[in-house]
Write a protein that binds this ligand. Structure first.
Ligand SMILES: *[C@@H]1O[C@H](CO)[C@@H](O)[C@H](O)[C@H]1NC(C)=O
Ligand SMILES: *[C@@H]1O[C@H](CO)[C@@H](O)[C@H](O)[C@H]1NC(C)=O
Ligand SMILES: *[C@@H]1O[C@H](CO)[C@@H](O)[C@H](O)[C@H]1NC(C)=O
Ligand SMILES: CC(=O)N[C@H]1CO[C@H](CO)[C@@H](O)[C@@H]1O
Length: 444
């Protein structure tokens, strides 16, 4: 018996095995746009209510977002009654705003081919003062399973940060014991970093967090202004270069830089594009937080870009990093599944060996027009074992092949903007004549 306990402990330490988030989850989340508006008399169209989530879910289908992979509809704080059920002790949805309860909503979403995400807190109360999970982990996990919830965001307000390394794994075990696979989104590192670690990344991302959570928030909430986004991007640039954060990410477990604010007032289109392209490099969850009733078509086009979604969803699940940082620009790279001809076998290819990479060239200046940025695979990619003298390039925003290149590639990038490229190593000896011909004609 001791032996089996010991073995299950070891397995628990090795990895979270709920089968979910093999690629970063995609969906919609109410928080940035709708917050904690509970006054449905004054704000019938934007209060946190059953009809808000149903309306947005239907639009996700109509606008093609579900087809593109955005399947989670995530309810955030303020959905619950302030008190638990006095008899059973269970959480209850607000009776006025969710008249049919959460199970009804999850049934509706499931029948639409979508999934329901809910929100809770590891402490005694949520950030907005609704009941937390503290002291009732097993009951609450079972309630989520009973309601057929697919994902749970567990916030970290009103809780003891020193106990996160105990409480978050405990709630994870309660989820597992519920028998339902529920995607586990944690705020464990987030508050730790802020209050305890002065922004230093401790290695418990790799020794505790990735074994416990499917996704975890590392940094502040994102807001509409570009300034809020650049702070998060700066954090990823400085903390992710081939180190702790990159190693922590992989199929089943991903760093979470927070929502996509694309489609809200306050960002230019190129800023929206840059957020989307970098979230693909970051292998980040893609949760849209905008009102789909009024989202501009140009923003929708960004969110529906299949080739950039494919970068985000690449099956290897390897997070990218900043390969070169200068005050005025940055170069980001992410390794992608190699082409079949260069790779065979079931094991993932060794890190750095792929012939396909996503590259984002980011102009950090917000003034002075465009900047000429030069990508050099021999310098910016990690392994020197491959000959990167020749490579082909595709512009993923324009959906356009940019031909075959030798040694380096330069492109003009507008202020506060970025270029999003797919590059592929080419071997001139094996490249077919026809292909070479068509490439040079594109280049010319
Ligand atoms: C619970 O954990 C075990 C061991 O990791 C795993 O095999 C099982 O699929 C998990 N069940 C759920 C419902 O997540
Ligand atoms: C949990 O974190 C606290 C505070 O940082 C630390 O004192 C304690 O040793 C940790 N416990 C485990 C099991 O890692
Ligand atoms: C960009 O820089 C490269 C390398 O210095 C140079 O070859 C190229 O002509 C420049 N392009 C433009 C449009 O300035
Ligand atoms: C270890 C490390 O590089 N930490 C950095 C993470 O990012 C923050 C915010 O940009 C920096 O202040 C830290 O130095």
């Amino acid at each position: 018996m001791f032996l089996s306990l010991f073995i299950s402990f070891l397995q628990g330490v090795q990895s979270l095995d709920n089968g979910l988030a093999r690629t970063p989850p995609m969906g919609w989340l109410s928080w940035e746009r709708f917050g904690c508006q509970t006054n449905c008399e004054r704000f019938p169209d934007s209060c946190i209510s059953e009809s808000l989530y149903l309306t947005q879910a239907e639009l996700m289908v109509d606008l093609g977002l579900r087809e593109a992979g955005y399947v989670y509809v995530n309810i955030d704080d303020c959905w619950a009654e302030k008190e638990r059920d006095p008899n059973s002790g269970k959480l209850m949805a607000d009776k006025k705003r969710f008249p049919h309860g959460i199970k009804h909503l999850s049934d509706m979403f499931h029948s639409m081919g979508m999934k329901l995400g809910l929100y809770g807190d590891i402490g005694s109360a949520t950030c907005e003062g609704y009941p937390g999970f503290e002291g009732t982990f097993d009951l609450d996990a079972d309630t989520l399973a009973e309601w057929e919830v697919d994902s749970i965001k567990v916030d970290a307000c009103n809780a003891d940060e020193d106990l996160f390394n105990t409480t978050y794994p405990q709630f994870g075990r309660a989820l597992n014991a519920s028998g339902r696979s529920i995607l586990y989104s944690c705020s464990w590192p987030n508050d730790y970093y802020e209050r305890r670690h002065h922004w230093e990344i401790p290695d418990y991302l790799n020794n505790g967090i990735k074994q416990t959570c499917n996704i975890w928030r590392n940094y502040f909430d994102l807001h509409d202004p570009w300034d809020s986004i650049t702070k998060t991007i700066d954090f990823w640039a400085r903390n992710s270069s081939m180190d702790v954060m990159v190693r922590a990410a992989g199929p089943g477990h991903f760093n979470d830089p927070d929502m996509l604010v694309i489609g809200n007032p306050g960002l230019s289109l190129s800023e929206q594009q840059t957020q989307f392209s970098l979230w693909a490099i970051f292998s980040a969850p893609l949760f849209i937080s905008a009102d789909l009733r009024t989202i501009p078509p140009e923003s929708l086009t960004i969110l529906l870009n299949k080739e950039i979604i494919a970068v985000n969803q690449d099956a290897l699940g390897r997070q990218g990093w900043c390969a070169e940082e200068k005050p005025l620009w940055r170069i980001w790279v992410r390794e992608l599944t190699p082409t079949k001809s260069t790779f065979s076998g079931n094991d993932p290819p060794p890190p750095g060996s792929s012939d396909r990479w996503a590259v984002v060239l980011e102009n950090r200046q917000s003034i002075f027009h465009s900047r000429n940025i030069t990508f050099n695979p021999t310098r910016h990619l990690p392994t020197k074992a491959f000959n990167w003298n020749h490579f082909s390039i595709r512009n993923l925003v324009e959906g356009q092949d940019l031909g075959l290149h030798t040694n380096t590639f330069s492109i003009l990038v507008d202020e506060s903007s970025s270029a999003t490229l797919l590059i592929r190593r080419e071997d001139l000896n094996t490249i077919s004549r026809t292909r070479r011909k068509s490439m040079s004609s594109i280049k010319a």
